[in-house]
Design a protein around this ligand. Structure first.
Ligand code: FES
Ligand SMILES: [Fe+2]
Length: 358
């Protein structure tokens, strides 16, 4: 059960270099992604309508792709343009094409009704468009439902316990910090947390010289439907009034993470962790990327095991604590949107059935 009429991240642009045919299942549908010779990025259903061979195992020819079973060729709109040894091309022989937008190194795909694909609905992340923010894009695959990752990112108390020696820094983080602001949005939520007069966490210490200076740490999170996470982080010298907006000598980060369902129990996870202070020193981006991978592997171990535990007992009911308010809100909003989408999709289908029976 997925929300269809919204934009999902399908890939980073670096995954499509050199005309590669990328096979990626998205929302249970096999999709083929590639950049044609014209530069356009194309998404077609990854199944040849002739006998069902994978187009991703075919051959790219310009902006077109040729199925390497019987050699049928489809152009960038999915239309069949050649059948070896046959002049007549049946109009029904075409592949589904998905609406796609390339923006700031991200490839966004629309899996729902193409007529409703509106580019302005993409929740663009300004730092990805701004060269002052530097960082390296990355991808991880999860053997877990995407909402378990959304849950994980909704409660930063887990930084203290899952990421003590990487992204968190201390167990104290969970005890002494509380979300100072929780804002429920129509399509998501915002949460803000401050950790005052604290040590810099290990991932940050690795890239700064003044490792022992105490800091006030701010994390400000925005989570959006269907699974889009944006976070602003600032470390300001402790006591200077960072919480009142004094960002002098602050070191700041901007983090985007995109959870795209592959299936009900697997997820594509894209992210970038950007900083605005590295200047010419690209080892900082590299170190941050390595630290984030280290941290995310800690999340992945817990979340993938959690998926197994949930699979083992369909009757298990999770019990809430106060910190779950944002994720509970998110799940409620998403469920409503999915229900609304499915009832509008079901209405015309039911009417058509009645007409055909009449
Ligand atoms: S299955 Fe693709 S050409 Fe026959
Ligand atoms: Fe985490």
């Amino acid at each position: 059960m997925f929300l269809k009429n919204c934009w999902y991240v399908a890939a980073w642009d670096y995954e499509l270099i050199d005309g590669k045919l990328l096979a990626r299942t998205i929302l249970n549908e096999p999709v083929l992604l590639y950049r044609g010779d014209s530069g356009e990025v194309i998404a077609l259903n990854d199944r040849c309508p002739h006998r069902g061979a994978l187009l991703s195992q075919g051959r790219r020819e310009g902006d077109s792709v040729r199925c390497m079973y019987h050699g049928i060729k489809y152009d960038q709109t999915g239309r069949c343009v050649q059948i070896p040894g046959q002049d007549m091309i049946p109009p029904r022989l075409r592949v589904r094409k998905y609406p796609l937008v390339e923006s700031a190194h991200l490839i966004w795909i629309w899996m729902g009704d193409p007529a409703r694909a509106d580019r302005s609905l993409i929740p663009e992340y300004a730092p990805l468009h701004d060269p002052k923010w530097k960082g390296l894009p990355a991808y991880l695959h999860y053997d877990a439902n995407y909402l378990l990752i959304v849950d994980n990112l909704s409660d930063f108390a887990h930084l203290a316990f899952v990421h003590t020696n990487t992204l968190g820094g201390s167990e104290e983080y969970a005890f002494v910090t509380k979300p100072v602001v929780i804002e429920k949005l129509e399509r998501g939520f915002r949460v803000e947390r401050w950790h005052m007069n604290s040590e810099s966490p290990p991932y940050h210490k690795k890239v700064i010289r003044d490792k022992d200076t105490k800091v006030d740490r701010r994390n400000h999170v925005t989570m959006l439907i269907p699974g889009i996470f944006y976070m602003e982080t600032a470390f300001t010298p402790a006591g200077q009034g960072g919480e009142k907006g004094n960002l002098q000598n602050a070191r700041e980060y901007r983090n985007c993470q995109y959870m795209t369902p592959e299936t009900e129990s697997t997820t594509h996870f894209f992210w970038a962790y950007l900083n605005n202070y590295e200047g010419e020193d690209s080892t900082i981006s590299r170190s941050l990327l390595d630290s984030l991978i280290e941290g995310f592997m800690e999340d992945k171990a817990i979340i993938e095991q959690q998926q197994k535990t949930l699979d083992a007992d369909a009757g298990f009911q999770m019990l809430g604590i106060l910190a779950d308010a944002p994720l509970a809100h998110f799940r409620r909003v998403l469920e409503k949107l999915i229900q609304a989408e499915q009832s509008t999709a079901a209405a015309p289908a039911a009417a058509a059935k009645e007409t055909s029976l009449a």
